[in-house]
Each structure stands twice: as structure tokens, then as C-alpha cells.
Design a protein around this ligand. Structure first.
Ligand code: GTP
Ligand code: MG
Length: 197
């Protein structure tokens, strides 16, 4: 996929700040530090447009990136879940914001749920996936950090992710690496098929 332009638009703290132009939105969900921002950067081939950090819990708003390929769309970087070091009140507030966004946002076309290929999905990962599928939301699982495992172990880990999540037959799953670019074209295919059917 060729990226003509990519720009940061806004860190939105609430619905009144979400863009109003109706372009399709693709959201990233996943536990803190799993590699959501890195995935955006790899998809658009920019080193640092989406802010990444080795300190988890840095992304606290919905960060909108407007991407111009053959068409235009937004990537929406969503705060990571399962980060212990924030207060309960803060966590509950983020939770409500994310839930409201995911359930009510008309232009939202796909949620890319990012999971670490190295480990079995956590309780939070499973809850998130159950929640998304319960509401029949379009979801795609991206199992990232594949570069951190030898190739010979990929099939075993992929199977573990599928089994632990109880993945539905209609949920696509992709092995990915933001380090090497593995899975990039495959993921772009899914994104464009869902955003521009
Ligand atoms: P929050 O915004 O805190 O929720 O984190 P995030 O999910 O956006 O994670 P981020 O992209 O900031 O990545 C966290 C750390 O993992 C960084 O140190 C990245 O360099 C590293 N990382 C992310 N993806 C990959 C990958 O595919 N391979 C390797 N080796 N490292 C990765
Ligand atoms: Mg991030």
C-alpha cells in the first residue's frame, strides 16, 4: 500500500472533538504497551507519527491520524487497557469513553485488536474480544511482535492465540511485526476491504 500522506489530527478527549467529515475510521485496541502505536507507524511507513513509548499507559485520548492512500481514512489510536498504575476512577472514565466510542461511532468500520503473539491472550484480551463480538462489531486480530519469536514457533503461538480467545470463524487473524513489516500488506487488504467495500 502506498501512503500519499499521513498526519496527526487531534487527541480527542470527547465526542465533540471527533472529526465530522464522515471518513471511515479504523480503531486500534489492545493492552498497554502491546504495540498499537508502532503498528500504525509501520502501516503508514513513518518512524514516529504515532507516539510510541516503552512506558505503558501513555496514550490517554483517542488519537486521530488522517491517512491518504488511494482513498482517505482515519486510524484511531485508542488508550491501552489493563494498565495497573492508573487510578480506578481514571480507568473507569477511559473505559466509558472507549465503550461509548466503539458502540456509537457510525464511521467506525473496523477494530484491530492487537495481541502479543508471544503470550497467551490475557484475561483483558479475552474480555475485550468477547465484548466486541458480543455486540457484533467488526474485529480483526493482529498478533504482533512476531519478530521476537523464531519462525518455527509461529504456528504453535498462532494456535494458542486462537484457542485462548475462542476465535470466531469470521474473525480474521494476522501475524504481524512492526519491526520487520511482516503482515503489512495482508492487514492493508483487510482494512481497505472493510473501509471501502
Ligand atoms: P500504549 O500507547 O502505552 O498503550 O502502548 P502501545 O500499544 O501503543 O505500544 P507501543 O507501540 O508504544 O510499543 C511498546 C513497545 O513495544 C515499544 O518499545 C516498541 O518499540 C515495542 N514494539 C512494538 N511493536 C513491536 C514489534 O512488532 N516488534 C518488536 N520487537 N518490538 C515492538
Ligand atoms: Mg500507544
Amino acid at each position: 500500500m502506498k501512503i500519499k500522506n499521513a498526519e496527526f489530527i487531534i487527541s480527542a478527549v470527547g465526542p465533540d472533538q471527533y472529526p465530522e467529515d464522515g471518513l471511515p475510521e479504523i480503531a486500534l485496541a489492545g493492552r498497554s504497551n502491546v504495540g498499537k502505536s508502532s503498528l500504525i507507524n509501520r502501516l503508514i511507513m513513518r518512524k514516529n507519527l504515532a507516539r510510541t513509548s516503552s512506558q505503558p499507559g501513555k496514550t490517554q485520548q483517542l488519537n486521530y491520524y488522517r491517512i491518504h492512500t488511494d482513498n482517505e481514512l482515519y486510524f484511531v489510536d485508542v488508550p491501552g487497557y489493563g494498565f495497573a498504575k492508573v487510578s480506578k476512577t481514571q480507568r473507569a472514565a477511559w473505559g466509558r469513553m472507549i465503550e461509548a466510542y466503539i458502540q456509537n461511532r457510525e464511521p467506525l468500520k473496523l477494530i484491530m485488536q492487537v495481541i502479543d503473539l508471544r503470550h497467551p491472550p490475557s484475561k483483558d484480551d479475552i474480555m475485550m474480544y468477547d465484548w466486541l463480538t458480543h455486540f457484533d462489531l467488526p474485529v480483526c486480530i493482529v498478533a504482533t511482535k512476531a519478530d521476537k519469536l523464531p519462525r518455527s514457533q509461529w504456528p504453535k503461538h498462532l494456535k494458542q492465540v486462537k484457542t485462548t480467545l475462542g476465535i470466531k470463524p469470521n474473525t480474521p487473524i494476522i501475524m504481524f511485526s512492526s519491526e520487520t513489516g511482516m503482515g503489512r500488506e495482508e492487514l492493508w487488504d483487510i482494512i481497505t476491504q472493510t473501509a471501502f467495500p
